[in-house]
Ligand binder design. Structure first.
Ligand SMILES: CC(C)CCC[C@@H](C)[C@H]1CC[C@H]2[C@@H]3CC=C4C[C@@H](O)CC[C@]4(C)[C@H]3CC[C@]12C
Length: 551
């Protein structure tokens, strides 16, 4: 029996310890889901309070001593014995920001940094230890959410959005120990515990492509089509900004999972994503604003190449500017994840990206080169270089910078040199994109940007299939990784079950219609999934009856 199972069982029996007990513990999955939902509604006040005798480390002479511990409203206090509990405590730690660590089978420690305090505590059994750790983690999450500044920009929409998620707990686990048995497998097919995840699904991660969509607003006002393309090049590079320090795996979306992000009020755009295929996994996105529309289909293959892994994205991204109807398309470059076996993980981008006019194949285009990292190279790292050429193959604008910091663009005034080795004299460079500074302390919460923190914020009225409702991801966000892992397995099994049933019916000779996504349909010669314009209307009337039950 794993410790978390034991803890769950313990919770079922231990009414005496005062843990909030779900009466239907035999139906554990349900009780977990309920717990998540409850916590969504009122995260701050759902923490399980707990009290009881434990052994507390005093000093080398006296060793462990029996003390009465009380967990109440985000504070862990102790007393000489139970009768003293109404009086002043002997010591107390605020759990917000505290470190809760498992030491050995029965021992754990709770540490706070300011004031500097540490309790080393021994429980009577592993089960009791885990019960306390779970209660403490829950209380910590609730307290941290409470303590976190909730206010963001004073958006015209007037909505307050959160600016952070709970801190990432620290449960060390070697990536290589998981991945080594999976050489040759695709990243999306490697069964991985949530320890390497970030609390976002790939649908949400892809929505972050639009974090700097204001560049598209600028581009939409350009009179010069080549300048517009140069801005667009800056936009495509901005999508990689977060990859420099976000090396966690987003959750693989379940088939039929959706994610909406309506930021029309403050950012001027809204986006809808759906997982439209499971084998191979494909996501489709559609993002719209008054000035432009963007859509894309995304899937990927991944390859181990010795000490690193390469992610090769498939699918095409499009933008169309409303005023002129000009449409451009591009494909994403290859992402490399280095140091898979040992060392610190780091990411690089490489490859050539061609941004072409989708209506005029021989018209303007931008050739952007994401220069790969080279140990010996003289190039600055993460560099992006590009040129916008017109239909006559004349260079019109130059693009330069790095994908993790900023991109500048400049008009070409004159082309010198030879066609094989041209040199350009340009006008002044202007900054087309600059990365916003990271939020304070973001290294404690997966290096998420403020927008990223807000993506998974619970929101009313979204589809039942929305990633925000995904229970394993919510548990992970709250730092409850054991529980999250269990839920993840249950959801994946449920998905397999549905698949198996389809296959069974096909075997029995029934005609089973192909899986149809709800909000996207295949269109055009390449059969790309494009938006069917139904989601936001369905949302307005809350008509979700066609949504599959995936959680
Ligand atoms: C072994 C584990 C830890 C590896 C984790 C790999 C993560 C960091 C990789 C896997 C797939 C990658 C994504 C693949 C494609 C895109 C789309 C692009 O427009 C922005 C970057 C983005 C969103 C990448 C971000 C980094 C990414 C999420």
């Amino acid at each position: 029996m794993s410790s978390s199972e034991a803890a769950a069982q313990q919770r079922g029996h231990s009414s005496q310890t005062g843990v909030n007990v779900e009466s239907t513990t035999n139906n554990k999955t349900k009780s977990l889901a309920q717990k998540v939902r409850k916590r969504d509604n009122n995260q701050a006040h759902q923490a399980a309070d707990l009290q009881g005798y434990l052994q507390k480390w005093t000093n080398l002479v006296k060793g462990f001593q029996r003390r009465w511990f009380v967990l109440d409203q985000g504070v862990l206090s102790y007393y000489l014995d139970q009768s003293e509990a109404q009086q002043q405590s002997r010591g107390a730690i605020k759990l917000s920001g505290a470190l809760i660590e498992h030491v050995d089978a029965c021992t754990f420690s709770v540490t706070s940094s300011s004031p500097e305090l540490n309790f080393r505590i021994k429980a009577a059994s592993e089960v009791e230890r885990q019960t306390w750790i779970v209660a403490l983690e829950l209380a910590k999450t609730a307290a941290t959410v409470d303590a976190a500044p909730q206010q963001v920009k004073s958006s015209e929409g007037g909505r307050c959005r959160r600016t952070r998620v709970p801190d990432k707990p620290n449960y060390p686990l070697s990536l290589w120990s998981i991945v080594k048995n999976c050489i040759g497998k695709d990243l999306t097919k490697i069964p991985m515990p949530v320890n390497f995840n970030e609390p976002l699904s790939m649908l949400q991660r892809l929505t972050e492509d639009y974090e700097y969509a204001d560049i598209l607003d600028v581009a939409s006002t350009c009179e010069d089509a080549c300048e517009q393309l140069a801005y667009l090049a800056a936009f495509t590079a901005s999508a990689y900004a977060t990859t420099s320090n976000r090396i966690n795996k987003p959750f693989n979306p379940l088939l039929g999972e959706t994610f909406e992000c309506d930021r029309t009020d403050d950012l001027g755009w809204r986006c809808l994503a759906e997982q439209v295929s499971h084998h191979p996994p494909i996501a489709a996105l559609h993002c719209e604003s008054d000035n432009w529309q963007c859509w894309q289909e995304f899937s990927m293959t991944s390859k181990f190449r010795g000490k690193y892994m390469q992610i090769i994205p498939l699918g095409t991204a499009y933008v169309s500017f409303n005023k002129t109807g000009t449409r451009y398309s591009w494909r994403k470059v290859t992402t490399t994840i280095n140091n898979i076996i040992v060392g610190k993980l780091w990411v690089d981008q490489q490859g050539e990206m061609e941004i072409v006019d989708a209506n005029a194949p021989h018209g303007n285009k931008c050739i952007l080169n994401y220069v790969p990292y080279s140990y010996f190279g003289r190039e600055i790292q993460r560099s992006v270089k590009g040129v916008v050429i017109n239909g006559q193959k004349q260079a019109k604008w130059l693009v330069r910078g790095t994908w993790d910091e900023q991109i500048e663009i400049a008009p070409v005034l004159r082309t010198l040199g030879t066609p094989e080795n041209p040199s350009y004299s340009t006008g002044e460079y202007k900054v087309a994109w600059r990365r916003r500074p990271a939020p304070v302390d973001s290294e404690k919460f997966y290096n998420l940007t403020t927008l990223a923190c807000q993506l998974n914020e619970p929101e009313e009225g979204v589809a039942p299939t929305d990633s925000r409702h995904r229970p394993d991801q919510r548990l992970m966000e709250q730092g409850l990784w054991d529980e999250s892992n269990q839920e993840k397995l249950r959801l994946e099994e449920k998905q397999r079950g549905v698949r198996r049933m389809r296959e069974e019916r096909v075997k029995q000779g029934f005609t089973v219609p192909d899986y149809e996504p709800l909000w996207f349909k295949r269109e055009g010669a390449d059969g790309m999934h494009v938006y069917n314009n139904k989601y936001w209307e369905a949302k307005a009337t809350q008509s979700w009856s066609d949504c599959p039950d995936i959680y």
